[in-house]
Design a protein around this ligand. Structure first.
Ligand code: FES
Ligand SMILES: [Fe+2]
Length: 422
C-alpha cells in the first residue's frame, strides 16, 4: 500500500516537481526521426507538460526548442524552416539549430545583432539513433552519456519505433510494461490466435500454461532483471527474463534470435503518456511494416492506437465476442490495445492507496520502491540513480530460454544453451 504523498511524489512530473526534475536528467525519445525533413514542417512535441518544436535544418541537423516564439509567443510550428533556422511568421525573428536568436529584423539595424544575441531562447540537446530523435531536458550544462542500447546502434532497416498515446500518468504506463502476471489473462485470446502464435511463437504456450510463475530478481545498476520461471517438463524450467532499465524502459523477453521489442513510458504531461514500442532485430532487417502485418495498429506510427476508443465507449469492448470465448472483448487489435484499455480505466492518476497487492505484484512493488528511493535521493542530494559510466547498455537484451532444473537462470547463457541443443 502506498500513501498519497508518495503517490504524488512518484507521479507528478510537470515543471517544479521532484520527479519531473529527476526524469528530465535522462535522454528520452521525442519523435521519430523520419517525421523531420530538411527545411520541412516543424514537429510539435509535448514532453513533461511543456511544448516544444523539433525541426530539421537545411544541413540535416535537428533543433529542439520551445514552441512559443521568444518574442510574443506565436507557435513556431507555423514557422518558416529555411536557411538553417526557423523564422517566426509574425515578425520574422529567426532561431538557429543551436537555439540562438540569429536575426530580429523588426529591430533598428544598428542594434539588431546585439538585440538578437540578448533574446533568451530555451532549447535542448538532441541525439538521433534507433530511428528516433532523443532529447536531454535536464539541468546539467552538458548532457549525460547517451544510453547506447543495441537498438540505437542498428541501421534504420533493423528498427521500427511506434508510438502509442495513453490518457494516463507515466507510472501507470510503466507499471503495465513491467507486469508479467497479466499476460496469461488479459492477452489470452491474442496468445491463442494465429496472430499471437505467429508473433510469440513457442512463448505463448508457456504463458498460457502457467498463470502463476515464480518471479525472481537480479539487481543491476540500471534497475533489475526479472525472471518469470515456469515448469517445462520434468528436467527443465523456462525463464522469461525481462530487463528493467529504470526509470523508463522495459525490454520484453523473446527467443534468443529474431525480432524483439523494447517499450518505454515517456511523460507527455501528468495525465498523458507516450508508450513507445520499438521493434528491432540485430541480425536481419525487419519486414517493412511489422505492426501492420499483425493487424496491431491504426496505421499511424506516431499514434498507433488512435482508433482504440476510450472510457466513453469502454474501449469498444465487444460483449458478444466475450460470450463466444474472447477473454477481454477488446478484439480489433493486438495486446497493446488491451493494455491501454486497462491502464486508462484506472483513471488519469490512479490512487495507489486504494490498492491491495499480491505476490504477483512483486515487480511493481520493487519498481516503485526503487523509483521512490531514487527521486528522494535526487531531490535531496542531486545524485542520479540508474546511470553511471559502468553500465554496458549495448549488452542489455531480454531473452526467454529453457534451462536445466538444477541450475540458476542467472548463471545460464541462453545462447550457449540453445546452440548446444541444436
Ligand atoms: S512573435 Fe515571433 S517574431 Fe514576433
Ligand atoms: Fe500487456
Amino acid at each position: 500500500m502506498m500513501n498519497s504523498t508518495d503517490n504524488e511524489l512518484l507521479t507528478r512530473i510537470e515543471p517544479g516537481t521532484p520527479m519531473g526534475a529527476m526524469l528530465r536528467e535522462y535522454w528520452v525519445p521525442a519523435c521519430r526521426s523520419s517525421r523531420l525533413e530538411a527545411d520541412g514542417a516543424p514537429e510539435k512535441v509535448r514532453l513533461f507538460g511543456e511544448n516544444f518544436v523539433a525541426f530539421r535544418a537545411t544541413d540535416g541537423r535537428v533543433g529542439f526548442m520551445q514552441e512559443a516564439c521568444p518574442h510574443r509567443c506565436v507557435s513556431l510550428a507555423l514557422a518558416r524552416n529555411e536557411d538553417n533556422g526557423l523564422r517566426c511568421l509574425f515578425h520574422g525573428w529567426k532561431f538557429s539549430v543551436e537555439g540562438k536568436c540569429v536575426d530580429a529584423p523588426t529591430e533598428p539595424r544598428a542594434q539588431r545583432a546585439r538585440f538578437a544575441e540578448s533574446v533568451p531562447v530555451r532549447s535542448h540537446p538532441v541525439h538521433e539513433a534507433g530511428g528516433l530523435v532523443w532529447v536531454y531536458m535536464g539541468a546539467q550544462d552538458s548532457p549525460p552519456r547517451f544510453p547506447d542500447y543495441e537498438f540505437t546502434l542498428l541501421p534504420d532497416s533493423h528498427v521500427q519505433p511506434y508510438r502509442g498515446v495513453i490518457r494516463t500518468n507515466w507510472l501507470q504506463g510503466l507499471e503495465a510494461l513491467l507486469d508479467s502476471a497479466h499476460v496469461t489473462f488479459l492477452h489470452s485470446a491474442n496468445l491463442m490466435s494465429e496472430r499471437g502464435r505467429n508473433y510469440f511463437k513457442d512463448e505463448s504456450d508457456y504463458m498460457l500454461g502457467d498463470g502463476a510463475p515464480v518471479f525472481e530478481f537480479d539487481e543491476r545498476p540500471y534497475g533489475f532483471r526479472e525472471g518469470a520461471i515456469r515448469e517445462e517438463g520434468e528436467t527443465r524450467l523456462y525463464a522469461r527474463v525481462r530487463e528493467v532499465v529504470l526509470p523508463f524502459f522495459s525490454f520484453i523477453p523473446s527467443a534468443p534470435r529474431g525480432p524483439r521489442i523494447v517499450c518505454c513510458s515517456i511523460p507527455i504531461d501528468d495525465v498523458t503518456t507516450a508508450q513507445w514500442y520499438i521493434a528491432y532485430d540485430t541480425d536481419a532487417p525487419l519486414s517493412p511494416d511489422l505492426f501492420g502485418a499483425f493487424g496491431m495498429w491504426s496505421g499511424d506510427p506516431d499514434h498507433f492506437n488512435s482508433d482504440m476508443g476510450g472510457p466513453e465507449d469502454l474501449w469498444k469492448q465487444d460483449r458478444q465476442a466475450m460470450a463466444e470465448g474472447h477473454w477481454s472483448g477488446i478484439t480489433g487489435r493486438g495486446n497493446a490495445y488491451e493494455d491501454f484499455a486497462v491502464q486508462e480505466s484506472m483513471g488519469p492518476i490512479v490512487d495507489r492507496s486504494r490498492e491491495y497487492l499480491g505476490t504477483c505484484d512483486r515487480v511493481i512493488y520493487r519498481a516503485r520502491k526503487q523509483l521512490l528511493e531514487a527521486v528522494k535521493r535526487h531531490r535531496d542530494t542531486g545524485e542520479l540513480s540508474f546511470a553511471g559510466p559502468d553500465i554496458d547498455y549495448p549488452s542489455i537484451r531480454a531473452v526467454s530460454y529453457p534451462y536445466p532444473r538444477d541450475t540458476d537462470w542467472r548463471d545460464v547463457d541462453p545462447y550457449d544453451l540453445r546452440e548446444a541443443a541444436e
